[in-house]
Design a protein around this ligand. Sequence first.
Ligand SMILES: Cc1cc2nc3c(=O)[nH]c(=O)nc-3n(C[C@H](O)[C@H](O)[C@H](O)COP(=O)(O)OP(=O)(O)OC[C@H]3O[C@@H](n4cnc5c(N)ncnc54)[C@H](O)[C@@H]3O)c2cc1C
Length: 304
Amino acid sequence: MHNITNIELKENFCIKNMTTFKIGGEIAKVYFPKSEFECVEILEKEPNAKVFGNFSNTLVSSYGCSGTVISTSKIDNIIFEDTRVIAGCGVKGPMLAKAAAEHGLSGLEFMIGFPGSVGGEVYMNASAHGQAISDVLESATLYTDNEGFFRFSNDEMQFAYRKSICHDNPYIVLGAEFNLKKKPVEEIQAKMNENLAFRKSHQPMMTLGNAGSIFKNPKGDSAGRLLDACGVKGLRSGGVKVWENHANFIVNDANGTSTDVLELMLQMYTRVKERFNIELEPEIKFLGGNNLREVEICKILYQK
Ligand SMILES: Cc1cc2nc3c(=O)[nH]c(=O)nc-3n(C[C@H](O)[C@H](O)[C@H](O)COP(=O)(O)OP(=O)(O)OC[C@H]3O[C@@H](n4cnc5c(N)ncnc54)[C@H](O)[C@@H]3O)c2cc1C
């Protein structure tokens, strides 16, 4: 085992450029472990550290965060064993999708079009284009302070829409094992190309800061449809606006701040509540706590 002092640590680290929103201030301590073991070593010494993957589903406060964060971006091991693939929590979805395709393995084509990490995708039960993590995950390797390392099967992960057992428990995803199906490489590649083409025409380019869908779909409906009916497309708050082509996306087109985003989310939430009596739940996570107005808005948006 390494001494914790040998693990890459950046203090007062500006996280902005690591997030897909291109928003976020300084975080007091950010660790960059290179293996699951280094990650656990940090967690043993800093049990309150928060773990993030690619920050593609997270809004980080422009006022920063006084806590400790672990970035899993360097835990990027991938092992293929026949139809199974074992991936470290920091492996990026598009990279895993491409690697699986090269091995003639189908089931991860949906990962090609969005920038999550394996850990974040398992945590969120990411899904797209009719495929989901819960369809292909064989088991996840988890860690908590109390229980140490353990493995949960697909059933034990209690997957639901944008949810896993990790939401209600302090479980860190260290890695995941997927069981895939053999298919011709050309067929897998064609499906990935189709997914990428869909993204190009339906979602903002990644050069325009964003974090994917802002609110979850309420049961039996679509957050985008409800928001569109409330006329939010193009609505602006400081440096961010609701994307003109999809009412459930916020894009950062003018150096926006986290407060701009939260104020806009509050307006979107309020309009839907007033018109349809539906309280939308944010899909994106928030990391912050240093600014009173932001804390106030989060109390409304993240009350459930
Ligand atoms: C353009 C765009 C398109 C998108 N399209 C989709 C889509 O079609 N479908 C979809 O499902 N999502 C989509 N997303 C959202 C996002 O990519 C997914 O939610 C992804 O699963 C998040 O992964 P991440 O590593 O970026 O998570 P992060 O933003 O880093 O973290 C998200 C949450 O997961 C937790 N977490 C991260 N890693 C771990 C870990 N190892 N252990 C425990 N908890 C962890 C964090 O604490 C946080 O609560 C999109 C995002 C963008 C920017």
